[in-house]
Design a protein around this ligand. Structure first.
Ligand code: BGC
Length: 432
């Protein structure tokens, strides 16, 4: 197997999201969703109120991240913990997060804070969340609270995680709260969220500057896919592919990152065109084959994860190029990972995707493996495993998987040697 060196300035990290790991009876939209009986019943039967028990195990978890050599940790704060009710701030939640962030910094880990990762406080959800343009002010107040509370500790921010997935899954009948099915709302939600991002981008910079800090990095992250026609000779399918790229990711990227609202999105806040990002945030997992727009087909002959998603490392380069052609900023891969229940091909997945970064000419500054721990998958609970570290649901015990040890070696070496590849990856195979 081939050795490779990673770009010397590439920071290697791992990511999580609050609702997927923390647990706790928090008044957020997904907890309410579970209480309404709307969550898929998965084999693990673990509640989102348990998840990976990180709220109680945070110190041990940061110690594990430090032992793995994780250089940067991408995590989210839970808006519903900070503001369980409209107009209030829970200082105890702020204190808890401050303690955790200060500890990760002490252990040499650079924090990257996501402000919104799919969950809303119930009061915000009830007010129509991002489908109601009047709610932008609530989001911006929350952003202000976050920067006031953590701005001295955190310089890197992700305003919103995957607005394209949030809007489609929640407003085109795909199983996320609020469980609506209305394409006009999908358009509106994304348009409103783009305005939230642009204004949060400006606000975070303004506030951190006033606090005396000049090294602030703000962006957001888009779920990007590689798209391919099912029939490689079909011109119609190839047009469908272009339309899928445009609708799913590129039009969205232009609205958020450039304030350029092309159809189907609308510039509700009358934003000027500009550059509203300091990096290009990409979450990349898979490729979709299409016959028509909206398809997500997987061919029998292609390697697949335990979620049934195709494993297609070259798609990462395609997505980076697509976004880099829209805005020339350094790339941060904020999520890249695989569902592999028994950790039998995760090392190979990491090896193959980092190899793409190693040979790319596009400047990539960060890579975050998703996820640091096995966590609560939105539609499938704890039964789907993406983590470098497993959680024993009965005892709460953590165990670093083989892939976690492999990732630690990559971080230590700044790449993969032939010996490491032979030892950790040579025996692994993807399933068809
Ligand atoms: C989301 C994560 C999720 C992952 C795997 C991404 O779309 O941002 O929260 O766990 O996909 O499903």
């Amino acid at each position: 197997m081939k050795a490779y060196r990673l770009p010397p300035n590439l920071i290697l990290g791992a990511g999580t999201a609050s609702a997927q790991i923390e647990g706790g009876n928090v008044p957020h939209s997904w907890n309410a969703w579970e209480k309404m009986g709307k969550l898929h019943k998965d084999a693990s039967k673990v509640s989102i109120r348990t998840a990976s028990m990180h709220w109680d195990h945070w110190k041990e978890d940061i110690d594990i991240a430090a032992a793995l050599g994780i250089q940067s940790y991408r995590f989210s704060i839970e808006w519903a913990r900070i503001q369980p009710e409209k107009g209030m701030v829970d200082q105890e939640a702020v204190r808890h997060y401050r303690e955790e962030i200060a500890y990760m910094i002490e252990r040499g880990i650079r924090p990257v804070m996501t402000l919104h990762h799919f969950t809303n406080p119930v009061w915000f959800e009830k007010a129509g969340a991002f489908a109601n343009p009047h709610n932008v002010k609530h989001f911006l107040r929350y952003v202000g609270i976050a920067v006031n509370s953590f701005g001295d500790l955190v310089s890197d921010y992700v305003t919103i995680n995957e607005p394209n997935v949030y809007a489609l899954m929640g407003y085109a009948g795909q199983g996320f709260p609020p469980g609506e099915n209305d394409l006009l709302k999908v358009r509106r939600v994304i348009s409103v969220m783009a305005g939230c991002h642009i204004r949060a981008y400006q606000k975070i910079h303004r506030m951190r500057k006033a606090m005396g800090y000049g090294d602030t990095k703000v962006g957001m992250t888009i779920h990007m896919r590689s798209f391919a026609p099912l029939d490689p000779y079909s011109r119609i399918e190839s047009h469908m592919c272009d339309a899928s790229k445009y609708l799913f990711q590129n039009a969205c990227a232009r609205a958020f990152l450039l304030g350029e609202f092309r159809p189907p999105f609308s510039n509700l806040g009358k934003f000027k065109k500009g550059v509203y990002c300091d990096y290009l945030g990409i979450n990349y997992y898979t490729r979709s084959h299409v016959v028509k727009v909206g398809d997500d087909l997987v061919r029998e002959q292609d390697p697949k994860s335990d979620y049934g998603w195709e494993i297609y490392p070259n798609g990462l380069e395609e997505c980076m190029k697509e976004l880099y052609d829209i805005v020339r900023k350094p790339v941060w891969i904020l999520e890249n990972g695989v569902c592999d229940d028994d950790d039998s091909f995760r090392s190979l997945f990491i090896y193959d995707h980092l190899a793409v970064i190693a040979r790319s000419e596009i400047p990539v500054e960060r890579y975050y493996y998703w996820s640091l721990f096995d966590n609560f998958e939105w539609l499938d609970g704890m039964s789907k495993k993406f983590g470098l570290v497993s959680i024993d649901q009965k005892t709460g015990a953590r165990r670093v998987k083989k892939s976690g040890h492999f990732y630690r070696e990559i971080i230590r070496l700044g790449g993969v040697t032939e010996e490491l590849a032979e030892r950790c990856v040579a025996d692994e195979k993807y399933h068809l």
